[in-house]
Each structure stands twice: as structure tokens, then as C-alpha cells.
Write a protein that binds this ligand. Structure first.
Ligand code: FAD
Length: 341
């Protein structure tokens, strides 16, 4: 059809190599891409195949050596002013053309806004599947297929998914699940310059302006400390108590869905099943009951501290430290103590 969709079972033997899409913004690599090079390296080694990174942008050549130092054997580099800013249509087109030409066996993308947009579109164009939001990756010893693991039913079960008949085997992977490998500057690799054809008719969206939202909102997925606010915070004005604590700790503010639905805070700060998945070192849940949909987004935090006036609140079941009390009274005390440190 118009998208040249492949529906037939493909000859899997023709597809070789593990690719990691390294997302960049304004010439800086997103952390999740570097994280993915680590499991990507393991998959490639287990399969006896190469690990390649794909970088798309403009004036991004210097990023290729970072990818090689972090484990890539090869970098496919698309460096052209046409790709200066992310555009879903032409990035999808570029990646699809490169996949058709080089036929990778596996493609990993970060489960970021861009990755969640690009992944399904590429999968659809290639007629393959996509396992979204994975938290673990492995190789099935018998079939040599990638075993993609992801939480399902709000985190109640872990599903392991295979893509036996189509290629590439594709998935988006959550940030902070894997640790990036220590860069080794002595590693060498090949840089392959790719020049995909740009089709003006395929580009249906135009970037008019990039609006930068406050750092708090942007950094929630990469934050090491998150002060999460729930309905127990009472009213919009009380959010400043959480902001003050976050500032004292060098962290950011997150929120449960009711806080976002009340428009007290940007939806970019929502944590949970329909919000962001975060994995900070410390998550302080303030007046959050601990509904399964919220836990789905934050239960992998290293340390969970819950402040809730209800001793039976479910959040205490997963909290490492619990304070039974009024969040409005406790937050200023905690902030003062942190400032004294
Ligand atoms: P509540 O459940 O109302 O809890 C408030 C808590 O504050 C209570 O435990 C109470 O004891 C405590 N409290 C009250 N006053 C004080 C005080 N002064 N001091 C201390 N504690 C106090 N929710 C999300 O968060 N993220 C999601 O992504 C998300 N996705 C969803 C997707 C679907 C399909 C559905 C159906 C629901 C989703 N939800 C999500 C909503 C979720 O089910 C819960 O309703 C929500 O998480 C509850 O938010 P909360 O804990 O802030 O509020």
C-alpha cells in the first residue's frame, strides 16, 4: 500500500545487528540513549552481532565518538540541516530508509516523548511489532529472539513479549532502568554517514516555535529527587511547600493525577500509568494514597518516603520510610531541617 507495509513473514536471517536510536536535543544526547547502549551491547554480544547507534540531527558529529566510547561498534550518522529540529515525519522517514537499507535485527528506542512517537510509526511502516515501555531485555537461548519485558495491568504482572516473524524486533525502553556503561575513550568504531532522501510531501507538520517550560517540568524523568504531591496537599497554594522542599533538596516536584486534573500543575509533572515513569533515588510522596496507577510510575524509586495522615494508606506498603501526620505541618519542618544540612 502507500506506506509500503510489509505484512508477510520476513526472512529473519537477512536482519543482523542491534541498533540503538540515540536521541539528541540541541546537540546533547539524552541520557536514556546512552543507558540503552549497555543492554544493547549485551544483546549484540549474545547474538554475535554488531551494536550500532543511530544519531540524527544537525552539527551532531561530535556525538558519534561518545556513542563509540559507550559501546557502539558503528554509528549511523545523519547530519543535515533538514534534521536540525526533531520532526516526526522526516525522522520516521530517515530511520525507515536506513532500516530498509541496512536491515537491523533489533531496534531500541528510549520511551521518551520522541521515542514513543517514532517507535510505533517506524514499526507500522516496517510491518513489525513494538513492545512499548520495556523494563528488561534478554535473549531467549533457544530461539535467539529478544525477550522484551514490560509491566502490564498497572504493574500487577510482568509480560514477556517476543516478535518471532517480523523484523526489526523493536521496543521502547524506560529511562533509568539501565545504567550507562563507563565511557571508554580508547574504543574505536566506524562512522557511517547516511543521507536519507527527504520527501517534502511526507512532511505534514511544521515546527513553529519551541516553548521551554520551567526546569522542574522538563527534568522529572531524569530527576534524582522528586517531591510528589497528591490530593492531600489540599489546595494549589500549598504546592509551594513541596516546591520549597524540592528546592532545598535539589529535586523537582511531581504530582498525582488529581493535582494535574485540577490544573494546579503541568501535566508534564504527572507521575503514573498515564503520566511519567520516574526512577529517582528518592521519591517523597506527600498526601498521596498509593493507587496502583500512581505506583506504576514511581515504585522503582530507590527510596520511597511517604507522608500521609492515614496510617492505613496503601502507599505505606511500598514506602521505605513513613510519616503518619499532616503533610502541611510536616513539610515546612522537613524543609527547615534540610536547609540546616
Ligand atoms: P487520593 O487517592 O484522594 O489520596 C489522597 C491521600 O492524601 C489520602 O491517602 C489521604 O489520607 C491523604 N491526605 C489527605 N489530607 C492529608 C494531609 N493533610 N496530610 C497528609 N495526608 C493527607 N493517578 C496518578 O497519580 N497517576 C496516573 O498516571 C494515573 N493514571 C490513571 C489511569 C487510569 C486509567 C485510572 C482509572 C486512574 C489513574 N490515576 C492516576 C488515578 C488513580 O487511580 C488515583 O485516583 C490517584 O492516583 C489518587 O491520587 P492521590 O493519591 O493524590 O489522591
Amino acid at each position: 500500500d502507500a506506506n509500503n507495509v510489509q505484512r508477510e513473514k520476513v526472512d529473519a536471517g537477512m536482519y543482523k545487528g542491534v541498533w540503538v536510536y540515540l536521541e539528541q536535543f540541541e546537540g546533547n544526547l539524552r541520557r536514556v540513549g546512552l543507558e540503552l547502549l549497555a543492554p544493547g551491547r549485551n544483546l549484540a554480544d549474545e547474538l554475535g552481532e554488531e551494536l550500532a547507534a543511530v544519531i540524527i540531527g544537525h552539527n551532531v558529529e561530535s556525538l558519534a565518538s561518545k556513542a563509540i566510547a559507550s559501546g557502539a561498534d558503528r554509528v549511523y550518522l545523519v547530519d543535515d540541516k533538514e534534521y536540525a529540529t526533531y520532526n516526526n515525519d522526516n525522522y520516521t522517514l530517515a530511520l525507515t530508509q536506513m532500516i530498509n537499507e541496512h536491515k537491523p535485527n533489533v531496534l531500541l528506542l528510549g520511551a521518551t516523548n520522541d521515542g514513543r512517537e517514532l517507535g510505533p510509526r517506524i514499526a507500522s511502516k516496517m510491518g513489525t511489532g513494538l513492545c512499548a515501555d520495556c523494563t528488561n531485555l534478554g535473549i531467549d537461548p533457544e530461539t535467539k529472539l529478544v525477550a522484551w519485558t514490560r509491566p502490564a495491568f498497572g504493574g500487577n504482572i510482568m509480560a514477556t513479549i517476543f516478535c518471532p516473524d517480523q523484523r526489526p524486533q523493536m521496543g521502547t525502553v524506560r529511562g533509568k532502568v539501565f545504567k550507562p556503561a563507563e565511557p571508554d575513550e580508547t574504543r574505536t568504531g566506524e562512522i557511517v554517514r547516511a543521507c536519507p532522501e527527504v520527501s517534502r510531501t511526507a512532511i505534514r507538520t511544521k515546527l513553529i516555535e519551541i516553548l521551554k517550560i520551567g526546569d522542574n517540568a522538563c527534568n522529572i524523568e531524569e530527576a534524582e529527587i522528586i517531591v510528589g504531591c497528591g490530593r492531600g496537599i489540599g489546595k494549589r497554594e500549598n504546592l509551594k511547600l513541596a516546591e520549597e522542599l524540592a528546592q532545598a533538596l535539589g529535586g523537582v516536584v511531581g504530582a498525582s493525577r488529581p493535582i494535574v486534573d485540577s490544573e494546579w500543575i503541568s501535566s508534564l509533572q504527572q507521575v503514573g500509568q498515564t503520566g511519567k515513569t520516574v526512577s529517582p533515588k528518592i521519591y517523597i510522596a506527600c498526601g498521596i494514597s498509593g493507587a496502583i496507577q500512581h505506583l506504576a510510575g514511581m515504585s522503582s524509586a530507590d527510596i520511597i518516603i511517604a507522608i500521609n495522615k492515614d496510617p492505613d494508606a496503601p502507599i505505606f506498603k511500598i514506602a521505605d520510610y513513613g510519616i503518619v501526620g499532616d503533610v502541611l505541618e510536616f513539610l515546612p519542618i522537613l524543609t527547615d531541617e534540610v536547609r540546616k544540612l
